[in-house]
Design a protein around this ligand. Structure first.
Ligand code: CAA
Length: 262
């Protein structure tokens, strides 16, 4: 499959590999338009279906993960167009149906829809030059790809309000301190760090990886009792797998486990 607005690559030498998707509209700082979101969805689902892929990395350029929704495309949209075509809902959230872990690797700016796209991933690794923001208010709109919901869940109400209402940017250090980002890494080491984390994940039993992701995500969709019950049932179900037997046997026999993903 050939794409015009993204690049795809497969990295790694172990049984399970990492699919890397790079947003690639350099002249527009990777601004997100419909074509890019369609291509991104297609690439994500391709990696999701590929049994040789255990983890996915989504990244951009050194200057920009993504500077937000494409303002030149949106400028002439009217209500009929955005409501009628289900703008954003139609093709921006494919990533939410991916069951394999997705790591956002953010260098440079992640603004507006770019920050929202990073937040749709499972974790964010940031370069020390990264900047996050929800500046939509400056152009007469508000975040429209989940920013008003995911940002307060990630960093709390006060900081989220600050960012959404003043449009100020947060640097990588503040983003990590606030809980938006899981690791901050020097720019030139960032991709190696992310590939290393992906390799670690690829080495685990993939049913438990999928179950872990599903259970953590449930924390954002349910109350505590329901979430804990969901986790408990998934935890119970993993005792039906060969990888649970193998993982525990290997630990007790002081050897490395040989997971079969079953
Ligand atoms: N849409 C379209 N084009 C964009 C863009 C965007 N979101 N962001 C940057 N570009 C383009 C610029 O128009 C410019 O193009 P030209 O060279 O053809 O003029 C090119 O990228 C480089 O941008 P700048 O010259 O502005 O570069 P800079 O380094 O001075 O500034 C920036 C970089 C701070 C990212 C600045 O471009 C900027 O503020 N961009 C807009 C950010 C924004 O408002 N994002 C939110 C969009 S709305 C949204 O995302 C809605 C939603 O929730 C879904």
């Amino acid at each position: 499959m050939s794409y015009e607005t993204i690049l795809t690559d497969i990295r790694g030498t172990s049984d399970l590999k990492t699919g890397v998707i790079t947003l690639n509209r350099p002249k527009a700082m990777n601004a997100l338009n419909d074509q890019l979101m369609d291509e991104l969805g297609c690439a994500l689902m391709g990696f999701e279906r590929d049994d040789t892929i255990g983890c996915i990395i989504l990244t951009g350029s050194e200057k920009a993960f993504a500077a937000g929704a494409d303002i030149s495309a949106m400028k002439d949209y009217d209500f009929q167009k955005v409501y009628g075509s289900n703008y954003i809902s139609r093709n921006w959230e494919t990533i939410r149906s991916v069951r394999k872990p997705v790591i956002a690797v953010v260098q440079g700016v992640a603004l507006g829809g770019g920050c929202e796209l990073a937040m749709m991933c499972d974790m964010i690794f940031a370069a020390d030059n990264a900047k996050f923001g929800q500046p939509e208010i400056k152009i007469g709109i508000i975040p429209g790809a989940g920013g008003t919901q995911r940002l307060p869940r990630a960093i709390g109400k006060s900081k989220a309000m600050d960012m959404v209402l003043t449009a100020r940017m947060m640097d990588a250090t503040e983003a990590e301190r606030a809980g938006l980002v899981s690791r901050v890494v020097p720019l030139d080491k960032l991709m190696d760090e992310a590939l290393g984390a992906a390799l670690v994940i690829c080495g685990y039993g993939q049913l438990s990886v999928m179950a872990a992701k599903e259970s953590v995500n449930r924390a954002f969709e349910s109350g505590l009792s329901d979430g804990v019950m969901f986790e408990r049932r998934i935890f119970h179900s993993l005792f039906a797998t060969a990888d649970q037997k193998e993982g525990m046997d290997a630990f007790l026999q002081k050897r490395a486990p040989n997971f079969v993903n079953g």
